[in-house]
Structure formats: structure tokens, C-alpha cells
Ligand binder design. Sequence first.
Ligand code: ADP
Ligand code: MG
Length: 678
Amino acid sequence: MKSLQDPVSVLKGVGPKRVADLATLNIDTIEDLLTYYPTRYDDFTPNDLSTVKDKQRVTIKGKIVSEPLFSRFGYRRNRLSFRLQVGQQVVMATFFNQPYLKKQVELDRQVTVMGKWDASRQQVTGTKLVTATGTPENEFGAIYPTNKHLRQSTLRSLIRQAYEDYQRVIPTLLPTFLRQKYRLLDRREMIKDLHFPGSQMIAKAARRTATYEEFFLFQLRLQAIRRAHRQEDGTRILYHNDELKEFISQLPFELTNAQKKVVNEICRDLRQPIQMNRLLQGDVGSGKTIVAAIAIYATISAGYQAALMAPTEILATQHAEKLAKVFAGTHVHVGLLTGSLTAKQHRELVGAIKKGDINLIIGTHALIQSDVEYANLGLVITDEQHRFGVNQRQQLREKGEHPDVLAMTATPIPRTLAITSYGEMDVSVIDKLPAGRKPIETRWLKDKQSNDALKFLRQQLASGAQAYVVSPLIEESEALDVQNATDLYERLANYFQPDYQVGLLHGRLNGEKKDAVMKDFQDGKIQVLVSTTVVEVGVDNPNATVMIIYNADRFGLAQLHQLRGRVGRGERQSYCLLIADPKTDEGTARMKTMVATTDGFKVAQRDLELRGAGDVLGAKQSGLPDFKVGDPIGDLKILQIAKEDAANLLATPHWDQVDDNQPLVLYLKRNQLETHFD
Ligand code: ADP
Ligand code: MG
């Protein structure tokens, strides 16, 4: 029995070498080959000359009716022209600097010329000449993405062979009612029309089906995973409601409505015997930390341990200090586990965690190292989730007995992308900042105005402000970043001292040094903190109201927004000064965006437009799959519809017993584990 799961080696002409070559394109099975779709088509369909406009790109088919004229001019430049009869009309074709075409230009020969139309001279300036007599098929040919191991023509003929041998066994995956509802093709036709369409229109229709199918299958997998997790035994965290209310009421501020809403969503999950898997999204400064604290308190008061994982030591340390204060006098005992503990300290801490004496463990990824054993871990929280890979997310989920998981992120993922990249998680959003925050005033200065920035800073310092100054970023080398920060530090120290104290923070300082500098900054002993981007995430000092970023155009929008989010955390007016002479239009657009808005979602949307989805999330980190045909931004509507359809199908009782759904059931069985978290 033929099956689409057959290895490509069943095809004629595919030996071990070719199997390996195909594997470089992730093609192992017949199905992989058949769903290796072209990215575009070479359109050799001739244009009708009576309708083309001046300067339009055209394809003209005709007979050569003059000897070619060849002339040289200027330095190494040349021109080849000949007359072409197209229907009843004779036009001129000219090629520049392609002397080798001369051989192919023979009187009476049928050729196809592609190029740009010049209406006044009735002439085409050619870019490509094709002499083969075209059959409809190579007038419209699929172009595949390929690499140095495989040629277009090889791929094309293998796909043709696979289609011919296997077309009969291509099952249709989408249920009939969905295909009818959206007038989609069956799968065999779709595959045929994507690889060998007769026209652009046919290819387009097939692509529409393929996009829906791809999104639908993706959503079906994600949601099936999610449903499966829901059925797994999770921990039921039975905290005392009154005790929790009491804790919340003694916090130094009242929760915003947005915070109350997400606290409710989280607490409801904690109580249920299913494993929580929730993403908490909130713009920088929206107050996620206190929400985390409440979830931690609930967990610990129910007798479990909680862990909080931060992406940097600075942030972990800051969390530990803040939370120790928040939890002072309660039964929450905080332990800070980072890479800079001595072996002895580490051993003692790990011991206390194992015994349960420490019930809130805060740290970097050291938390998921294998020597850490928990007594009874009930809740795991990751702060600044986007900094962790999907794998780390999964490793945490697997610690202990299915702890509940809360992932916090400030990366304002537009809703649209949240659907795709975090489809396996529930999402809570803090959509309002605490009251009384004034929007940060953002200004863009040119390099030569940087002295104005320093003057401005001096004024602000005089009225009691504190400031971050971020030094230029050099992607390639941490050593150079440190050098830059050190140089800037010396300059500013010269400028401001002894009136104001300047401090320096960068990634190469040891943990103790870092802590000391941060502490001096928090305590107001240092007014100006010069830093590399280590302050990018999470750092919280409400008294800091000025952020100056040198060479700001070197940073991406998301990073700039994060950096800016370090200020504007108190009641006082805050400022962000971007110093940059952007060299590219995109760099200029980034500066303008930052000046125009402080809304993280708007910044993210603009970022998407400027860079595209894969880059924004970082394909690896986000778990955002590489879709073959669908574009999660351009085809967003289809994605949303497919998501709903998948959810509805899975929620239908006994959907997996229906005959028409059997191909899907099989598909899920085959793909679920693989897609789990790779
Ligand atoms: P982020 O969401 O960026 O992690 P934080 O949790 O660091 O934000 O909170 C930002 C600042 O806002 C902190 O100084 C915090 O104490 C303060 N804050 C949080 N919630 C409230 C609230 N409801 N009212 C007033 N201030 C708040
Ligand atoms: Mg935070």
C-alpha cells in the first residue's frame, strides 16, 4: 500500500546522496515533498500589447523578423536589438550588456522576451530571452526555495514524479462541511494546483485552500495539546480566601481594575485540579510583579512552594529584595538562587529548598538545573517570558508534580500573534497602567545635540531626579560594549562629579559589584547610572525619571520600549531622550515611532510592519512556526477563523468517531507528540 509517509527513497533516482540532500530542506517523506510549495511562479504568459501601459513589465511572444544589430558603446557596454513580429504588429526588442544572447537570435525563430515596455517607441527593453517553444506548463512555472544541494529542475521533477505516483492516495484532511462552507478545494486538487497551475488565478485559489488548511491543522494541534494538559492532574491549590484578601488589603496601594481582573483569572486556575498554563501580558510598568506576589502568597498559604524565574541576575536580585519586603512577617521565606553563590551557599540553599524550609525560590535559569529538588512545588512563574526559550518553559512545567505555570511578559505581542505563538496557553492581559502615571515625554536629538541632553539632565538632577544613561550597543562584542560604557561613564563622571554621583553597570561586573551599584542607585546614593542594556528588563526604581539612550538607532523598537519603560514609574513627569543619527530609513522610522507613542501595543504593531513577524518574536523563542504558505499577519482573518473552527470541532462531542473526521484523527496522532515542544 502506498502511503504519503513513504520515504522519498521510493522515488526513481533518489539514492542515499539525494535523500541527504532533500533532508537539508526538511524533506523526508512523500508528504514533505508534496507539501513543499513554491514561493512564486515564473509567469511567461504573453501580454496583449494593445492593453499594456508605458513602463509596464511585459512578456511578449513573437517571431524574429530582422537580423540582430549589435553595437558597443562607452566602456564595456553594448546593445543587441532586433525586430519581433507579434501578431500583426512589429516591435523592437533591445538587450543591454548581454552579448551572449546574440547566438540565440536567428531570423524566423519563435522567442519569448520579458522586459519593460516603452510605449512611445513601441519597444521592449529586455531582461530575459526564452527560445524554447512554450507549452502552457512552462509558460507558468513554479519556483521553489532551494539551496546549494538541490537544483530547481531536480526538485520540480521529483515533485512531479511524487504527484504522479501518489495522487490517488492523497487523503483530504479538512472535513467536508468546512470545505463546503468556505468553497475550498480537496487536498489532491490543491496540491496539483499549487505545483502545476495553469494560471496565476488557479494558483491563488489553491493557495487560499492551503493557507486555511495549514492554519487549521496548526490550531488543531495546539488546542489538542491544550485540552490534553487540561485533563492531566494538576495541583489543586486550596488557599484561604480571607487570608489572601487580608494580604492584598495591606499592600501599599490599591490594585487597579486591570490587576484585579487578572488576579481573579489566576486564582480561579490555581484552585482547579488542572495544570494552569497562563500567559500574563502587561506593558512595562503595568504592575505585573504584585500580581505575581499575590499568586505566590496564595500558593504558599495553601502549603506549597513557589518559584520565580527571571532572565538576569540583576532582575532576580531585585525581585528577591522587593518580595522579601512585601512578604515580611508572613510565612513566606525567600531564597535567592543565582550563579554567583559559593558552592557552600548553593548546597545549603538547595538543601533548604528540598526540605521545604524555603518556600519561595527566586533565581535565574539556575532554578531549572537538575540538582534543584523541590519539596512540593505548586507554582512556577517566569518573568519577562520572552527572554526564555520554549524549551525552558517546558522544563519548568515538568518540575515536580505538574506545577501551575504563569508566564509574564511585557513584550506587547499584538493579539494576532498571541494567537499563533502562545496558542497552547491561556492569556490574561493587564490593559491599563496604574492611575496617575504621566506619559513619558520622548525626544529625539541628533548626535551634535548630545550636550543639550546633558544640560537638560543637569537641570533634572538639580530637582532631585535620577537617570539611566544607556551606552551604545555593539552587537558583535560584549567587550566593546563594556569599553563603550566605561568611556561614557568616565566622561559623565567628569561632567557631573562632584555635584552628582555617577555609577557604572555592565554584564562583566561580578554579582556582588552589580548588587552594590544597584543598591546605591535604589538608595539614591548614585544619581546617574551609566549602563549597557543590562537594565533593559524589569529593573524598577520609581525615582528614576530620565532615560538617555546613546546611538538609539542601534536598538530595535521592542528594546527601546523596554528601556524607556524603566522610567515613568512614579508620579513625576519622566523623559526619554534618544540620541541618534540614523543611517537607514528604518532607523529613522523607529525614532519617529518612539516619539509618537508610548503605547506598547502601537510600538509592537509598528515593529511588525517594519520587520515582519518572525523577526519580532524571534522564531526560536516564540515557538512561532514557520508556516509554509500562510502569513500570520497578512492572512490574519483566515487565522482567526481557522482558530475558531478548530476549537469548535474539538469541542463537539465524539467528533473523533465521525467517519469524515478520521483523516484528522490520524493526522493528530501522527503529529501531536512531535509538535509538543520542539
Ligand atoms: P512591570 O509590569 O513592568 O513588571 P512592576 O510590577 O515593576 O511593572 O510595577 C511598576 C511600578 O508600579 C512599581 O513601582 C510598582 O510598585 C507600581 N505599582 C504596581 N501596581 C500598582 C498600583 N495598583 N498602584 C500604584 N502603583 C503600582
Ligand atoms: Mg517586571
